[in-house]
Design a binder for this molecule. Structure first.
Ligand SMILES: C[S@@+](CC[C@H](N)C(=O)[O-])C[C@H]1O[C@@H](n2cnc3c(N)ncnc32)[C@H](O)[C@@H]1O
Length: 177
């Protein structure tokens, strides 16, 4: 289980000024900290994770009885296209030879899991929807931004924070007309 960390709180802070997020999907729910704080500004909130145990634990500990739908799947592959107004994620992003710890290992250049999440987000996002995601300067950022451009998405850095040897960035993306 990934305990809420600097990247979790950067994502929460960045979403703070958005009052109506509509139908929200969070890919990689983890502890559910983001969901706990953001869910009241959504029409409905779906949290998915590849790890069934974190979803089970969230359900058991959901003391506030939050209305969050939980789905266990890989990179949100199970949802129908054009379903969400807002898609958010704080993916595993550390460069790693292989994926051993699914909470932090992001693939060889640290961006492979992020790109898999983005691929599904492009398919699932409604017209005029927004994607917010965390990335790190430890991973290959130019590969991520090129992928966004190739898919006709605009991107903007809305928050950036230095943390030990990396900068953590919150990106906001939308489909260009
Ligand atoms: C860095 S943690 C973030 C957790 C939480 N959202 C937060 O911000 O604290 C990444 C989460 O993504 C999940 N994850 C990793 N690979 C995944 C995949 N292929 N599909 C769905 N979830 C995945 C992990 O199980 C973990 O809960």
């Amino acid at each position: 289980m990934y305990l809420p960390a600097e990247d979790t709180f950067l994502l929460i802070r960045g979403l703070d000024s958005y009052n109506n997020l509509g139908k929200v999907l969070e890919i990689g729910l983890g502890s559910g900290k983001v969901a706990e704080l953001i869910n009241e500004r959504s029409e409905f909130y779906v949290g998915c994770d590849i790890n069934f145990n974190v979803l089970k634990e969230f359900k058991t500990k959901n003391v506030f009885n939050l209305k969050i739908d939980l789905v266990c799947c890989d990179s949100a592959s199970c949802f129908r296209s054009l379903s969400f107004d807002t898609i958010i994620f704080n993916p595993p992003y550390l460069p790693s030879e292989s994926i051993e710890d699914i909470t932090i290992d992001g693939g060889y250049e640290g961006c492979e899991v992020t790109i898999a999440f983005l691929k599904n987000s492009f398919r699932l996002l409604k017209v005029n929807g927004l994607i917010f995601f965390i990335a790190s300067t430890l991973s290959n950022l130019s590969k991520i931004t090129s992928f966004l451009k190739e898919n006709n998405f605009s991107y903007e850095e809305i928050l950036r924070e230095k943390f030990l040897f990396e900068h953590i960035i919150l990106y906001k993306c939308m489909k260009l007309a």
